[in-house]
Design a protein around this ligand. Structure first.
Ligand code: NAD
Length: 441
Protein backbone atom coordinates (compact mmCIF):
# COMPACT_ATOMS: atom_id res chain seq x y z
CA UNK A 1 0.00 0.00 0.00
CA UNK A 2 1.19 3.56 -0.65
CA UNK A 3 0.95 5.58 2.54
CA UNK A 4 1.61 9.22 3.42
CA UNK A 5 2.07 10.17 7.07
CA UNK A 6 1.74 13.83 8.03
CA UNK A 7 3.73 14.64 11.17
CA UNK A 8 6.99 12.84 11.93
CA UNK A 9 7.06 13.00 15.72
CA UNK A 10 6.73 10.43 18.50
CA UNK A 11 3.71 8.86 16.75
CA UNK A 12 4.32 9.53 13.05
CA UNK A 13 7.90 8.29 12.92
CA UNK A 14 7.50 4.90 14.67
CA UNK A 15 4.24 4.35 12.74
CA UNK A 16 5.95 5.15 9.42
CA UNK A 17 8.89 2.91 10.22
CA UNK A 18 6.61 0.07 11.32
CA UNK A 19 4.39 0.30 8.23
CA UNK A 20 7.46 0.36 5.96
CA UNK A 21 8.81 -2.72 7.73
CA UNK A 22 5.50 -4.46 6.91
CA UNK A 23 6.24 -3.83 3.22
CA UNK A 24 4.27 -0.66 2.52
CA UNK A 25 5.70 2.31 0.62
CA UNK A 26 5.71 5.06 3.21
CA UNK A 27 6.41 8.76 2.82
CA UNK A 28 6.69 10.74 6.04
CA UNK A 29 5.86 14.43 5.65
CA UNK A 30 6.81 17.13 8.11
CA UNK A 31 6.94 20.89 7.82
CA UNK A 32 9.96 20.99 10.11
CA UNK A 33 12.80 21.27 7.63
CA UNK A 34 15.52 20.42 10.16
CA UNK A 35 13.72 17.25 11.17
CA UNK A 36 13.29 16.11 7.56
CA UNK A 37 16.89 17.01 6.66
CA UNK A 38 18.15 14.99 9.57
CA UNK A 39 15.89 12.01 8.81
CA UNK A 40 16.84 12.06 5.12
CA UNK A 41 20.48 11.94 6.15
CA UNK A 42 20.14 8.88 8.35
CA UNK A 43 20.04 10.79 11.63
CA UNK A 44 17.16 9.70 13.82
CA UNK A 45 15.34 12.52 15.64
CA UNK A 46 13.84 10.73 18.67
CA UNK A 47 14.93 7.90 20.92
CA UNK A 48 12.82 4.74 20.97
CA UNK A 49 14.16 1.28 21.63
CA UNK A 50 14.60 -0.61 18.32
CA UNK A 51 13.50 2.32 16.16
CA UNK A 52 16.85 3.33 14.69
CA UNK A 53 17.73 -0.09 13.23
CA UNK A 54 14.38 -0.45 11.45
CA UNK A 55 14.48 3.16 10.27
CA UNK A 56 17.95 2.73 8.73
CA UNK A 57 16.98 -0.59 7.16
CA UNK A 58 13.87 0.85 5.51
CA UNK A 59 15.45 4.03 4.17
CA UNK A 60 18.15 1.83 2.67
CA UNK A 61 15.68 -0.47 0.94
CA UNK A 62 13.63 2.49 -0.33
CA UNK A 63 10.42 1.66 1.56
CA UNK A 64 10.65 4.75 3.75
CA UNK A 65 11.03 8.30 2.45
CA UNK A 66 10.95 11.74 4.03
CA UNK A 67 9.77 15.01 2.55
CA UNK A 68 8.52 18.48 3.42
CA UNK A 69 6.31 18.43 0.33
CA UNK A 70 2.66 17.58 0.94
CA UNK A 71 2.29 16.93 -2.80
CA UNK A 72 5.01 14.25 -2.83
CA UNK A 73 3.55 12.49 0.19
CA UNK A 74 -0.15 12.62 -0.63
CA UNK A 75 -0.36 12.27 -4.42
CA UNK A 76 -1.26 8.69 -5.41
CA UNK A 77 -1.42 7.55 -1.78
CA UNK A 78 -4.05 4.94 -0.85
CA UNK A 79 -3.97 6.09 2.73
CA UNK A 80 -2.89 9.34 4.39
CA UNK A 81 -2.47 9.42 8.15
CA UNK A 82 -2.59 12.69 10.06
CA UNK A 83 -0.27 12.45 13.08
CA UNK A 84 0.34 16.09 13.96
CA UNK A 85 0.21 17.54 17.48
CA UNK A 86 -2.99 18.49 19.30
CA UNK A 87 -1.49 20.49 22.18
CA UNK A 88 -3.58 21.99 24.96
CA UNK A 89 -4.86 25.53 24.52
CA UNK A 90 -2.95 27.62 27.08
CA UNK A 91 -6.10 28.99 28.70
CA UNK A 92 -9.04 26.63 28.16
CA UNK A 93 -6.89 23.45 27.95
CA UNK A 94 -9.09 22.18 25.11
CA UNK A 95 -7.20 20.45 22.27
CA UNK A 96 -5.77 23.05 19.92
CA UNK A 97 -6.82 21.90 16.48
CA UNK A 98 -4.89 24.33 14.32
CA UNK A 99 -2.32 21.74 13.16
CA UNK A 100 -4.99 19.16 12.26
CA UNK A 101 -7.09 21.64 10.31
CA UNK A 102 -4.03 23.06 8.56
CA UNK A 103 -2.93 19.55 7.55
CA UNK A 104 -6.42 18.78 6.21
CA UNK A 105 -6.41 22.00 4.17
CA UNK A 106 -2.93 21.39 2.84
CA UNK A 107 -3.46 17.76 1.82
CA UNK A 108 -6.88 18.28 0.14
CA UNK A 109 -5.67 19.47 -3.25
CA UNK A 110 -3.28 16.54 -3.73
CA UNK A 111 -5.82 13.75 -3.35
CA UNK A 112 -5.75 11.62 -6.50
CA UNK A 113 -8.02 8.58 -6.79
CA UNK A 114 -9.79 7.05 -3.81
CA UNK A 115 -7.87 7.93 -0.64
CA UNK A 116 -8.55 7.13 2.99
CA UNK A 117 -7.62 9.94 5.37
CA UNK A 118 -6.98 8.59 8.86
CA UNK A 119 -6.81 10.76 11.97
CA UNK A 120 -4.08 9.19 14.07
CA UNK A 121 -3.73 12.19 16.32
CA UNK A 122 -5.82 12.28 19.48
CA UNK A 123 -8.67 14.55 18.46
CA UNK A 124 -11.90 15.86 19.98
CA UNK A 125 -15.14 14.07 19.17
CA UNK A 126 -16.45 15.29 15.84
CA UNK A 127 -13.05 16.06 14.31
CA UNK A 128 -13.64 13.44 11.61
CA UNK A 129 -16.70 15.42 10.46
CA UNK A 130 -14.72 18.66 10.48
CA UNK A 131 -11.77 17.22 8.52
CA UNK A 132 -14.22 15.77 5.99
CA UNK A 133 -15.82 19.20 5.54
CA UNK A 134 -12.47 21.00 5.15
CA UNK A 135 -11.32 18.59 2.43
CA UNK A 136 -14.67 18.70 0.60
CA UNK A 137 -14.68 22.51 0.66
CA UNK A 138 -11.15 22.67 -0.70
CA UNK A 139 -11.39 19.94 -3.32
CA UNK A 140 -14.91 19.26 -4.57
CA UNK A 141 -13.78 16.40 -6.79
CA UNK A 142 -11.81 14.48 -4.18
CA UNK A 143 -12.82 10.84 -3.74
CA UNK A 144 -12.06 10.08 -0.08
CA UNK A 145 -13.27 8.93 3.31
CA UNK A 146 -12.12 10.09 6.72
CA UNK A 147 -11.60 7.51 9.46
CA UNK A 148 -10.50 7.74 13.07
CA UNK A 149 -7.49 5.53 13.80
CA UNK A 150 -6.43 6.33 17.36
CA UNK A 151 -2.90 5.54 18.40
CA UNK A 152 -2.34 3.52 21.57
CA UNK A 153 1.44 3.11 21.52
CA UNK A 154 3.34 3.76 24.72
CA UNK A 155 6.36 6.03 24.41
CA UNK A 156 9.40 3.96 25.31
CA UNK A 157 7.77 0.88 23.78
CA UNK A 158 6.62 2.36 20.48
CA UNK A 159 8.16 -0.27 18.21
CA UNK A 160 7.16 -3.15 20.46
CA UNK A 161 3.62 -1.80 20.60
CA UNK A 162 3.45 -1.21 16.85
CA UNK A 163 4.14 -4.88 16.17
CA UNK A 164 2.15 -6.20 19.14
CA UNK A 165 -0.94 -4.03 19.44
CA UNK A 166 -3.50 -4.99 22.12
CA UNK A 167 -6.16 -3.68 19.83
CA UNK A 168 -6.60 -1.74 16.63
CA UNK A 169 -9.59 0.56 16.66
CA UNK A 170 -10.98 1.86 13.40
CA UNK A 171 -13.72 4.46 13.53
CA UNK A 172 -15.29 4.39 10.14
CA UNK A 173 -18.64 5.32 8.69
CA UNK A 174 -17.68 3.81 5.32
CA UNK A 175 -17.38 0.13 4.38
CA UNK A 176 -14.97 0.99 1.59
CA UNK A 177 -12.57 2.75 3.99
CA UNK A 178 -12.89 -0.10 6.52
CA UNK A 179 -11.75 -2.55 3.84
CA UNK A 180 -8.59 -0.50 3.22
CA UNK A 181 -7.75 -0.60 6.93
CA UNK A 182 -8.59 -4.33 7.11
CA UNK A 183 -6.02 -4.93 4.34
CA UNK A 184 -3.42 -2.73 5.99
CA UNK A 185 -3.67 -4.51 9.34
CA UNK A 186 -3.98 -8.04 7.91
CA UNK A 187 -0.57 -8.99 9.40
CA UNK A 188 -2.09 -8.47 12.87
CA UNK A 189 -5.43 -10.22 12.32
CA UNK A 190 -4.51 -13.27 14.40
CA UNK A 191 -2.75 -11.54 17.22
CA UNK A 192 -4.73 -8.47 18.08
CA UNK A 193 -8.32 -7.40 18.49
CA UNK A 194 -9.55 -5.36 15.59
CA UNK A 195 -12.55 -3.22 16.35
CA UNK A 196 -14.62 -1.42 13.75
CA UNK A 197 -16.82 1.20 15.36
CA UNK A 198 -18.59 4.46 14.59
CA UNK A 199 -16.12 7.29 13.93
CA UNK A 200 -17.27 9.26 16.98
CA UNK A 201 -17.04 6.17 19.19
CA UNK A 202 -13.46 5.67 18.10
CA UNK A 203 -12.57 9.28 18.90
CA UNK A 204 -14.15 8.80 22.32
CA UNK A 205 -12.36 5.47 22.98
CA UNK A 206 -8.97 7.20 22.86
CA UNK A 207 -9.90 9.88 25.41
CA UNK A 208 -11.84 7.47 27.62
CA UNK A 209 -8.85 5.08 27.69
CA UNK A 210 -6.26 7.73 28.54
CA UNK A 211 -8.47 9.31 31.18
CA UNK A 212 -9.06 5.89 32.77
CA UNK A 213 -5.32 5.16 32.89
CA UNK A 214 -4.63 8.59 34.37
CA UNK A 215 -7.27 7.93 37.05
CA UNK A 216 -5.71 4.53 37.80
CA UNK A 217 -2.34 6.20 38.42
CA UNK A 218 -3.99 8.84 40.55
CA UNK A 219 -5.83 6.13 42.49
CA UNK A 220 -2.68 4.21 43.41
CA UNK A 221 -0.96 7.48 44.35
CA UNK A 222 -3.80 8.19 46.76
CA UNK A 223 -3.54 4.63 48.09
CA UNK A 224 0.19 5.24 48.65
CA UNK A 225 -0.66 8.34 50.71
CA UNK A 226 -3.16 6.25 52.67
CA UNK A 227 -0.65 3.44 53.25
CA UNK A 228 1.85 5.90 54.69
CA UNK A 229 -0.70 6.98 57.29
CA UNK A 230 -1.91 3.52 58.32
CA UNK A 231 1.50 1.78 58.18
CA UNK A 232 0.69 -0.48 55.24
CA UNK A 233 3.01 -1.15 52.28
CA UNK A 234 1.68 0.06 48.92
CA UNK A 235 3.79 -2.53 47.05
CA UNK A 236 1.96 -5.29 48.85
CA UNK A 237 -1.38 -3.56 48.46
CA UNK A 238 -0.83 -3.09 44.70
CA UNK A 239 0.19 -6.72 44.36
CA UNK A 240 -2.89 -7.86 46.23
CA UNK A 241 -5.15 -5.65 44.16
CA UNK A 242 -3.46 -6.39 40.84
CA UNK A 243 -3.93 -10.15 41.01
CA UNK A 244 -7.66 -9.56 40.73
CA UNK A 245 -8.18 -9.88 36.98
CA UNK A 246 -10.99 -7.32 37.13
CA UNK A 247 -8.43 -4.75 38.32
CA UNK A 248 -5.23 -5.93 36.57
CA UNK A 249 -1.68 -5.27 37.73
CA UNK A 250 -0.72 -2.53 35.26
CA UNK A 251 -0.58 1.15 36.21
CA UNK A 252 -0.47 0.37 39.90
CA UNK A 253 2.99 1.84 40.55
CA UNK A 254 2.80 4.88 42.75
CA UNK A 255 4.99 7.81 41.80
CA UNK A 256 5.28 11.57 41.51
CA UNK A 257 2.14 11.90 39.36
CA UNK A 258 1.62 11.23 35.69
CA UNK A 259 3.06 13.45 32.98
CA UNK A 260 4.07 13.29 29.34
CA UNK A 261 2.52 14.70 26.24
CA UNK A 262 -0.70 12.67 26.47
CA UNK A 263 -2.34 12.10 29.88
CA UNK A 264 -2.29 15.71 31.13
CA UNK A 265 -3.45 17.10 27.80
CA UNK A 266 -6.05 14.40 27.09
CA UNK A 267 -7.64 14.48 30.55
CA UNK A 268 -7.93 18.25 30.28
CA UNK A 269 -9.34 18.08 26.75
CA UNK A 270 -11.89 15.49 27.83
CA UNK A 271 -12.99 17.49 30.86
CA UNK A 272 -13.36 20.54 28.60
CA UNK A 273 -15.48 18.60 26.08
CA UNK A 274 -17.67 17.32 28.91
CA UNK A 275 -18.22 20.83 30.27
CA UNK A 276 -19.13 22.00 26.77
CA UNK A 277 -21.70 19.19 26.68
CA UNK A 278 -23.17 19.98 30.13
CA UNK A 279 -21.58 16.93 31.76
CA UNK A 280 -19.47 16.95 34.89
CA UNK A 281 -16.78 14.28 34.65
CA UNK A 282 -16.01 14.66 38.35
CA UNK A 283 -13.53 11.76 38.59
CA UNK A 284 -11.46 13.20 35.78
CA UNK A 285 -11.67 16.76 37.13
CA UNK A 286 -10.40 15.56 40.52
CA UNK A 287 -7.66 13.49 38.94
CA UNK A 288 -6.39 16.51 37.00
CA UNK A 289 -6.39 18.75 40.06
CA UNK A 290 -4.77 16.27 42.43
CA UNK A 291 -2.19 15.16 39.88
CA UNK A 292 -1.09 18.78 39.41
CA UNK A 293 -0.87 19.27 43.17
CA UNK A 294 1.14 16.08 43.57
CA UNK A 295 4.23 17.56 41.88
CA UNK A 296 4.34 20.36 44.47
CA UNK A 297 3.76 17.84 47.26
CA UNK A 298 6.69 15.75 46.02
CA UNK A 299 8.91 18.85 45.94
CA UNK A 300 7.84 19.55 49.55
CA UNK A 301 8.95 16.04 50.55
CA UNK A 302 12.40 16.76 49.15
CA UNK A 303 12.54 20.14 50.89
CA UNK A 304 11.52 18.56 54.21
CA UNK A 305 14.22 15.90 53.87
CA UNK A 306 17.06 18.44 53.70
CA UNK A 307 17.90 20.97 56.38
CA UNK A 308 18.00 24.05 54.14
CA UNK A 309 16.92 23.77 50.52
CA UNK A 310 18.81 26.92 49.48
CA UNK A 311 22.08 25.55 50.80
CA UNK A 312 21.63 21.91 49.85
CA UNK A 313 22.99 20.21 46.81
CA UNK A 314 20.24 18.12 45.27
CA UNK A 315 21.32 15.34 42.92
CA UNK A 316 18.61 14.24 40.49
CA UNK A 317 18.38 10.96 38.62
CA UNK A 318 15.98 11.19 35.70
CA UNK A 319 14.45 14.02 33.68
CA UNK A 320 12.34 12.22 31.04
CA UNK A 321 8.65 11.89 31.84
CA UNK A 322 9.16 8.15 32.06
CA UNK A 323 11.82 5.58 31.23
CA UNK A 324 12.60 4.49 27.68
CA UNK A 325 12.09 7.92 26.11
CA UNK A 326 13.90 11.23 25.70
CA UNK A 327 10.57 13.09 25.91
CA UNK A 328 10.38 15.75 28.64
CA UNK A 329 7.00 17.23 27.75
CA UNK A 330 5.04 17.72 31.02
CA UNK A 331 7.67 15.63 32.76
CA UNK A 332 7.00 15.29 36.51
CA UNK A 333 10.79 15.36 37.00
CA UNK A 334 11.06 18.75 35.30
CA UNK A 335 8.00 20.09 37.14
CA UNK A 336 9.34 18.97 40.53
CA UNK A 337 12.67 20.65 39.76
CA UNK A 338 10.80 23.84 38.83
CA UNK A 339 8.97 23.74 42.19
CA UNK A 340 12.26 23.23 44.01
CA UNK A 341 13.78 26.23 42.24
CA UNK A 342 10.72 28.29 43.12
CA UNK A 343 11.20 27.34 46.75
CA UNK A 344 14.81 28.49 46.74
CA UNK A 345 16.88 25.50 45.59
CA UNK A 346 20.06 26.82 43.99
CA UNK A 347 22.22 23.80 43.51
CA UNK A 348 20.55 21.03 41.52
CA UNK A 349 22.58 18.68 39.34
CA UNK A 350 20.66 16.22 37.19
CA UNK A 351 21.37 13.26 34.99
CA UNK A 352 19.27 11.36 32.48
CA UNK A 353 20.52 8.63 30.13
CA UNK A 354 18.55 9.95 27.11
CA UNK A 355 16.71 13.17 27.90
CA UNK A 356 19.46 15.66 28.78
CA UNK A 357 19.19 17.59 25.52
CA UNK A 358 15.41 17.94 25.73
CA UNK A 359 15.53 18.87 29.43
CA UNK A 360 18.16 21.54 28.75
CA UNK A 361 15.76 23.23 26.36
CA UNK A 362 13.22 23.62 29.17
CA UNK A 363 15.33 24.12 32.30
CA UNK A 364 18.22 25.93 30.59
CA UNK A 365 20.92 27.03 33.04
CA UNK A 366 18.69 26.99 36.12
CA UNK A 367 20.32 23.69 37.05
CA UNK A 368 23.54 21.95 36.09
CA UNK A 369 23.76 18.72 34.15
CA UNK A 370 25.75 15.66 35.19
CA UNK A 371 27.76 13.42 32.88
CA UNK A 372 26.52 10.30 34.68
CA UNK A 373 24.70 9.14 37.81
CA UNK A 374 27.83 9.37 39.98
CA UNK A 375 28.46 12.93 38.88
CA UNK A 376 24.89 13.81 39.97
CA UNK A 377 25.52 12.16 43.37
CA UNK A 378 28.87 13.86 44.01
CA UNK A 379 28.74 16.06 47.16
CA UNK A 380 24.94 15.84 47.21
CA UNK A 381 22.94 16.26 50.40
CA UNK A 382 20.19 14.17 48.85
CA UNK A 383 19.85 12.07 45.70
CA UNK A 384 16.35 12.03 44.22
CA UNK A 385 15.10 9.43 41.72
CA UNK A 386 12.55 11.10 39.44
CA UNK A 387 12.41 8.76 36.40
CA UNK A 388 12.23 4.98 36.60
CA UNK A 389 15.24 4.17 34.36
CA UNK A 390 16.31 0.56 34.92
CA UNK A 391 20.00 1.53 35.00
CA UNK A 392 19.47 3.50 38.24
CA UNK A 393 18.77 0.18 39.99
CA UNK A 394 22.18 -1.20 39.10
CA UNK A 395 24.39 1.58 40.43
CA UNK A 396 27.38 0.85 42.64
CA UNK A 397 25.72 2.14 45.80
CA UNK A 398 28.95 1.87 47.82
CA UNK A 399 30.46 4.32 45.36
CA UNK A 400 27.35 6.52 45.44
CA UNK A 401 27.49 6.64 49.25
CA UNK A 402 31.17 7.61 49.27
CA UNK A 403 30.55 10.39 46.76
CA UNK A 404 27.60 11.93 48.57
CA UNK A 405 27.90 14.48 51.35
CA UNK A 406 24.98 12.89 53.18
CA UNK A 407 23.83 9.35 52.30
CA UNK A 408 20.20 10.17 51.69
CA UNK A 409 18.06 8.90 48.81
CA UNK A 410 14.52 9.88 47.96
CA UNK A 411 13.12 7.39 45.49
CA UNK A 412 9.94 8.94 44.11
CA UNK A 413 9.58 6.06 41.62
CA UNK A 414 9.98 3.22 44.14
CA UNK A 415 12.49 1.46 41.90
CA UNK A 416 15.24 0.72 44.40
CA UNK A 417 15.29 -2.25 46.71
CA UNK A 418 14.13 -0.95 50.08
CA UNK A 419 16.16 -3.39 52.25
CA UNK A 420 19.28 -3.34 50.06
CA UNK A 421 19.54 0.44 50.03
CA UNK A 422 19.09 0.62 53.77
CA UNK A 423 21.81 -2.02 54.22
CA UNK A 424 24.22 0.19 52.30
CA UNK A 425 23.64 2.72 55.08
CA UNK A 426 21.44 5.22 53.27
CA UNK A 427 18.56 7.12 54.79
CA UNK A 428 15.98 5.96 52.25
CA UNK A 429 12.65 7.56 51.49
CA UNK A 430 10.17 6.00 49.09
CA UNK A 431 6.47 6.25 48.38
CA UNK A 432 3.72 4.51 50.28
CA UNK A 433 5.97 2.33 52.42
CA UNK A 434 7.06 4.41 55.39
CA UNK A 435 4.80 5.14 58.28
CA UNK A 436 4.20 8.89 58.68
CA UNK A 437 1.28 9.02 61.09
CA UNK A 438 -1.20 11.81 60.94
CA UNK A 439 -0.49 14.46 63.59
CA UNK A 440 -4.14 15.30 64.32
CA UNK A 441 -5.94 12.22 65.53
P1 NAD B 1 4.97 15.57 17.94
O1 NAD B 1 4.88 16.98 18.38
O2 NAD B 1 6.09 14.72 18.39
O3 NAD B 1 4.95 15.51 16.34
C1 NAD B 1 4.06 16.23 15.55
C2 NAD B 1 4.77 16.59 14.25
O4 NAD B 1 3.83 17.12 13.33
C3 NAD B 1 5.87 17.65 14.40
O5 NAD B 1 7.08 17.13 13.88
C4 NAD B 1 5.36 18.82 13.55
O6 NAD B 1 6.40 19.53 12.90
C5 NAD B 1 4.47 18.11 12.55
N1 NAD B 1 3.46 18.94 11.90
C6 NAD B 1 2.57 19.77 12.46
N2 NAD B 1 1.78 20.32 11.52
C7 NAD B 1 2.17 19.81 10.34
C8 NAD B 1 1.73 20.00 9.00
N3 NAD B 1 0.72 20.80 8.70
N4 NAD B 1 2.37 19.33 8.03
C9 NAD B 1 3.40 18.51 8.31
N5 NAD B 1 3.85 18.29 9.56
C10 NAD B 1 3.24 18.93 10.57
O7 NAD B 1 3.58 14.91 18.37
P2 NAD B 1 3.31 13.38 18.80
O8 NAD B 1 3.77 13.13 20.18
O9 NAD B 1 3.80 12.48 17.71
O10 NAD B 1 1.71 13.36 18.84
C11 NAD B 1 0.94 13.46 17.66
C12 NAD B 1 -0.49 13.14 18.01
O11 NAD B 1 -0.60 11.78 18.45
C13 NAD B 1 -1.09 13.98 19.14
O12 NAD B 1 -2.44 14.20 18.89
C14 NAD B 1 -0.95 13.07 20.34
O13 NAD B 1 -1.90 13.35 21.34
C15 NAD B 1 -1.21 11.70 19.73
N6 NAD B 1 -0.61 10.59 20.47
C16 NAD B 1 0.66 10.70 20.95
C17 NAD B 1 1.22 9.61 21.60
C18 NAD B 1 2.62 9.71 22.14
O14 NAD B 1 3.02 8.75 22.83
N7 NAD B 1 3.37 10.77 21.90
C19 NAD B 1 0.49 8.42 21.77
C20 NAD B 1 -0.79 8.34 21.23
C21 NAD B 1 -1.34 9.44 20.58
Amino acid sequence: MKIGIIGTGYVGLPTGVGLAELGNDVTCIDKDLNKIDSLKNGKITIFEDGLEELYLKNIKNGKLKFTTSMKDGVENADLVMIAVGTPPHPVTKEADMKYIYAAAEELAEYITGYTVIANKSTVPIGTGDEVEKIIKDKNKKADFDVVSLPEFLREGFAIHDFFNPDRIVVGSNSGRASDVLRTLYKPFENKSNMLFVKRRSSETIKYASNAFLAMKIHYINEMANFCEKVDADVFEVAQGMGTDTRIGNKFLNPGPGYGGSCFPKDTNAMAYMARQNCINLSLIETTIKRNDERKAEMAERIINAVSDVAKSKIGVLGLAFKNGTDDCRESPAVQIIEHLIEKGAKNIKAFDPKALDNAKQILKNQISYAIDEYDAAKDADILVVLTEWKEFRDLDFNKVKKLMKTPKIMDLRNILNFEEIKNFGFEYHSIGRQHTPCKVK
